[in-house]
Design a protein around this ligand. Structure first.
Ligand code: SF4
Length: 69
């Protein structure tokens, strides 16, 4: 599975990287540093990815089967 982060929706609440530092981090302005990217989630971090999706109040984070979906 892949985690995809829509940079245009990120409002910098910080909940995603606060709850899931294993996958996400913050940039110097408090927005998620991985905004605008899609990357593969290691199988052992799948639960963390689901937590990240559920943590974002802006629905900026999605878990998808493959990039571009
Ligand atoms: S929780 Fe959502 S809005 Fe907040 S920093 Fe993460 S991606 Fe951005």
């Amino acid at each position: 599975m892949y985690l995809t982060i829509d940079k245009s929706k990120c409002m910098g609440h910080g909940r995603c990287y606060g709850e899931v530092p294993s996958l996400l981090s913050d940039d110097e302005e408090g927005f998620v540093a991985e905004g605008g990217t899609t990357f593969e989630v290691p199988a052992e971090l799948h639960d963390d990815a689901v937590t990240a999706v559920n943590a974002c109040p802006e629905l900026a984070i999605a878990l998808v089967a493959r990039p571009g979906v």
